[in-house]
Structures are given as structure tokens and as C-alpha cells.
Design a protein. Sequence first.
Length: 456
Amino acid sequence: MLRIRIAFLLFCLFGLTFPAVMQDTAPDYSIQLIQNSFNDDGSQTIVKFDVLNSGGSAQKTSTATLNLIETGEQIATATVPALIANARYTVVMQFSNARFAPSSVQSFRAAVGVGDIEQAGTPSVQDNFARIVITFPANLPQPQTTPQVEATSEAPSQVSTSSSDRVQQFLQTLNIDPSKPEQRALLAGLLAVVLVLILIIWVIVRLIFSRRSDFGGWQPSYANLLPADANTLTGRRQQWQSVAQNSSLPATSAEGTVHVRKLPTGVNEQYLSGWHVVALRMSQYDMYGRVNRSQIMASRSLTSRLDWVAHRHEKLSADQMTKQLRPVARGLSREVRKKISDRTAVLPLAMDIRLRARHGEVQIWFELYRRQYGQWAQIDRWEPEMMVQGKMLYETFTYTLFGQKPGEDLKRFQKRLEDDLIQVLSDMFNPAVATSAQRPDAPTDPHMMPVKLPES
């Protein structure tokens, strides 16, 4: 759709400007690039300037004149041949310095094509004049560039500012005369094309550098195997692997509850060593699954911060961990607030974190626990069988969070969700360490001193 709009805009611009440019226009001479210098002995002044024809082709020659403004005396003349459209001719005029005092400053007016090419008094004849200020040398001749050059008509004109001079020079370089309607149309079309090009470049740069992390559709390498017999140890482990959601252990649970978790580690058995956080998304869900319109993809800056914490989580204290995770939690809670409404805020939230590592440098462990005597006791631990088809391994952690609770407004919900996210992410980077289960024959209080009976 954007390409069609751009093509239509360019068609309209060129459709309006092309007929005007193709019309037969009259010649339009202008004076540009004025310079003056002196000969070797300083007795002669040499004035040079370019005559540009920005209109139609001329059919006859013209005369360039140089007059002393103070007296109106004509100092020098030169003949300019007939110039075709957009042609340029350099005029060179020379006169004696005998009548001028050393170190004096004199003003001259150059004119070209007035009366023979363009009629006096017309708007386009103003750039046929130019004022030249020359400072004559005291001793030795020094080539110099005219310090003041300004367009003039029969009456003196005001000195233009430096900014307008730069614009005028730029327009002269492009051979554009703003005083002509057809040239103004061409300039407007050129500006429109430049603006469209800038817009296209800005959109491309934004798409390249502002693209959010894509969660993708990868599957764990252990999920693409054929199912094993459920009556075997391998089959039971394979079924537990699909249940594992993350690396956390619930703080509370009923006695006898069984829970499985997964621990991505490096080859050195260090948790998250060699793994990188590459994407994070949040979405609401209901009985039918994830609500697609509520999906939120974390920005690249947030995922980069989580990846930084993953590499240094063992060196960070609890306060430092909270300080690093606060911007991530705040940014996600704000995005959630934008997506939800009063009617949908009660739905729970799912947060998925994508991990990636290079094959051969990492491992994935599954641990099965049972709740015994108020503690989690490990009853199995294994490394899954995997079918790796590329150089990378992928893993996903999934966490669930409460939606809006009864009696909680949206503002309080956003603040509470921020704190919940910090707690969940802290548990991810510092998973609980299971302790040994209490023996059935142990005393009620494990901290009590053993009772010693006296020997008989």
C-alpha cells in the first residue's frame, strides 16, 4: 500500500511539472561566481563572473558592462555570445587602476543582457545585475574573492543574510531560479521527492533497528522424538519432560505432591552457563488457550538486560538483582496495562522466556521431586535424549501470574504485577535448592539435642 501511494505521488508531481518545463521559455540570464584579482604589477584589475542562462535558448549576443557606482561611469565592457538553455559563459573584463587611490574601496555594478536579452523593469531582470566591492592593494597585488556580491536592480538593494546566501548558492548550483513559476514548480517537485525518499529511508531504518525480538516457533530438541513405552523408565521420563515448565520449585504444596522441573546448565553443571535470553513474551489466557490480541513482545533492550543478569546472577546480591530486574518488570507491567481492559483484566497471564545456546557447550537436566515431611525430596534426575538438527539448542521457560484480583483497580494491579514479575524473575535466576527429606524416625524437632541415657 505504501508503494502504491509513493508511485501515485511521484506521478502527480512529474505530471504537473513536466508540461511546464517543456514549454518554450524566454532566455533568463543571471550573474554568478564573481571574482576579482590584479595583474602582476598591480596596475590592472581583472573582474570575472559567470553568466548562466536558466531560461530558453538565446538567439543573439549581448553585452556585459561594468560601471562605477559612485559616478555612473562605464569602466569596461565585454561581449557575451548567444547562450542555449542552461549554458554558462565566463566573462572577463579588465580596467586600469590609475584613477583609484591605494587601499581605497570602490563599488561597481555589473550588468548583462539588459535591453537586448531581457527588458528592463521585468521581475526576471533583477539577477542580471550584481554589485562588486573591490579593495585596491596598497603595495603588492593580492588575488582576492569579492567580499560582497548581492543582486541589485536600478535601485540599491539590501544586503542579504548569510543563510539566504547559502540557499541562493545552492539554488544556483542546481540552476533553479525561484522567481520563475516553472522553476518554482520544479523546486517544489524536487523537495517532495526528497521528503518521500527521507520517509522511505526512515521507515527502513526503523524496521531494521527497532524490530522487537521474535519469539519464533522453535521446539525443544527432546520434543521431536517418537514416544516411548509408558511402562518403561524412559517412557515415564519422556512424559514428565512435557510437563516441566521452568526451574522453580513451589514454596508450598500438599504432602505427597509430585513436581518436575528443568535446569539448563553448562557442561560444567553451572546453572544457565552458556545460555542466552533471546526473547520474552506475555499474554493472557483462558480456557481456550492464549489470547492472541493480548500478546506483548519485550523490546530488545529488555531481553538484553535479562541476558546480562543471566550471565551474572551468581555474583548479584538480592538487592542488586531487584535493581536490575525492576526496569524489565516495570516495562512489562506498563505494556500489559495498555493491552487489557476492565472486562479482560481478570484473566491470568502467561510469561514465556526463550533461551538459546550452542550445541555441545550446554546440557539440559530434568529433576523429579516429591513433597515429603514439608520438603521437596528428589526422586529422579536425568538428561533427555535429543535429536539436534542444527548448531543451536533452544529451551523455553513458562510462568503464570495472577490477573486483576477482586477489589483491585488497574493502577494497583499494574504495581502489584510489577512486584510479582520481579519475584518470578528472581526465582528463575536463583532457583530453590531442594533439601534432603526428613527421616521417618527423626525427632519432631530436628534441632533438638539427642537424649543420652546414663549407663547402668
